[in-house]
Design a protein around this ligand. Structure first.
Ligand code: UD1
Length: 418
């Protein structure tokens, strides 16, 4: 199994182009099941998660043509079968659960094993299921499977106890073909929700209020095939912003929607990092020491939980002490033991991590326990003396396109080894 070798790489410099958003492409590909006309989705990132999603969609009968050079997927969905989605199929990716909404809307039936994905918390799906019940779906859970059946979805009123990204997406996809009006309250407002709503609206769905905490959907009889370009990956942007900061570098990040990055931009400015926002680019430059700052992860537009681990790497070499509070997932400090092996001074108490900046990190053998923990180690490795070897990098490949090539082009000493 391949590993990453990283050597200290101060002063990353140059341009990097951001790929399409992982968290947009997954729901949007699933959403194309809602029409039998076929869709074309552009800016598809070459990620393990997209490969897994492709397999899942093909399993239920979609015909997928992925032009990797042009980053385009053409998907034909004229015939869909409701086959059981087994443990082996769904264990690798949490987003598999998003198949439920479109399959229920289109076929009235879906059976799926409880999905896997990153082990960053218990990650229940109760909000998805409660919402489906409000749309008239009958749900049975046994032997690890969710079996969902509907004789025709009907609009309903749904209140989400927490603004879950996945539940908002799943329910939105079910409601667009339901009979009548659906109102979902306390919805997630992440940019990826708006992207999915834009895609569905272009297909002919009637969705109002995406990007606010209440979404109103008037069900339509059918949707049409469309061509759609997904938004850039804001978490990949944030990762390169931190790469510039942690290496005292100067990076021009292209293909960016900067308003999606406001919480991180504000923090980095507080950290004494220079952030220049241009039309669809961001330049990040750091030449002095990085100041410490506290963060608390929150739903958008708060500080994103997906940036907490990368930000921790930066804070571990800051000039003071920072407190990082994780409020979204209960087990999202798995990078800590690995960063400590590299010389970081971090103590975790419940949902808080106290990070005392150290002068030097040192390379070590470490393990990527999940996607964002993995990239946090890569960032720390760029700053650490000597050599860092990261194991289990399949986690990183799930969410970062051409990660070695992109970092190497900026001057990082990084390579895959067996
Ligand atoms: C999505 C993102 C992930 C990001 C997360 C939060 C994708 C593919 N993944 O994950 O990168 O970290 O949003 O921004 O888009 N919850 C429940 N019951 C439910 C659903 C969720 O209790 O039915 C809880 C979860 O356990 C978690 C919190 O709500 O504690 C947020 O989860 P959610 O917003 O659903 O995250 P995902 O959609 O899984």
């Amino acid at each position: 199994m391949s590993r990453l070798e990283i050597q200290k790489s101060i002063g990353l410099k140059g341009k990097v182009r951001i790929s399409g958003s992982k968290n947009s492409v997954l729901p949007i590909l699933v959403g194309s099941l809602l029409t039998d006309e076929g869709c074309e989705v552009q800016e598809i990132p070459m990620l393990k998660d997209v490969v897994i999603m492709k397999e899942l969609l093909e399993y239920v009968g979609a015909d997928i043509n992925w032009d990797q050079k042009d980053a385009v997927i053409k998907i034909k969905t004229d015939t869909i079968h409701c086959k059981d989605m087994t443990y082996d199929l769904v264990k690798k990716m949490r987003a598999s659960i998003l198949m439920l909404g479109p399959l229920l809307a289109r076929e009235g039936y879906a059976k799926i094993f409880l999905p896997g994905g990153c082990a960053i918390g218990t990650r229940p799906i109760d909000l998805h299921l409660k919402g489906f019940s409000a749309l008239g779906v009958e749900i049975r859970q046994e032997y690890g499977y969710i079996e969902a059946r509907s004789k025709g979805l009907v609009g309903g009123k749904i209140y989400l106890d927490f603004p879950s990204v996945g539940a908002t997406e799943n329910l939105m996809m079910a409601a667009v073909l339901a009979d009548g009006e659906t109102i979902i309250e306390n919805t997630a407002v992440e940019p990826e929700i708006v992207d999915l709503a834009n895609f569905l609206s272009q297909m002919g769905a009637q969705i109002h209020g995406a990007g606010t905490d209440t979404i109103r959907i008037i069900g339509v009889k059918q949707l049409k095939g469309v061509k759609y370009k997904i938004i850039p990956d804001r978490i990949e942007v944030g990762t390169f912003m931190i790469a510039a900061a942690i290496t005292n570098g100067d990076i021009m990040i292209e293909n960016v929607i900067s308003k999606h990055l406001n919480p991180l931009i504000a923090k980095l400015e507080e950290n004494n990092v220079i952030v220049q926002v241009m039309d669809n680019k961001i330049r990040v430059k750091a030449d002095a020491g990085v100041h410490s700052a506290d963060i608390k992860t929150l739903p958008f537009p708060g500080f994103p939980t997906d940036m907490q681990a990368p930000y921790m790497s930066l804070m571990s070499v800051s000039d003071g002490t920072s407190v990082l509070i994780e409020t979204i997932f209960e087990n999202r400090f798995m990078q800590v033991s690995e960063l400590v092996k590299m010389g970081a001074d971090i103590k975790v108490e419940g949902r808080s991590a106290v990070v005392k900046g150290v002068k030097t990190l040192t390379g070590s053998n470490v393990c990527a326990t999940d996607l964002r923990a993995g990239i946090a180690l890569l960032l720390a490795g760029l700053r650490a003396e000597g050599k860092t070897i990261i194991d289990d990098i399949y986690h990183i490949d799930r969410g970062y396109e051409k990660v070695v090539e992109k970092f190497a082009k900026l001057g990082a000493r990084i390579r895959r080894i067996d």
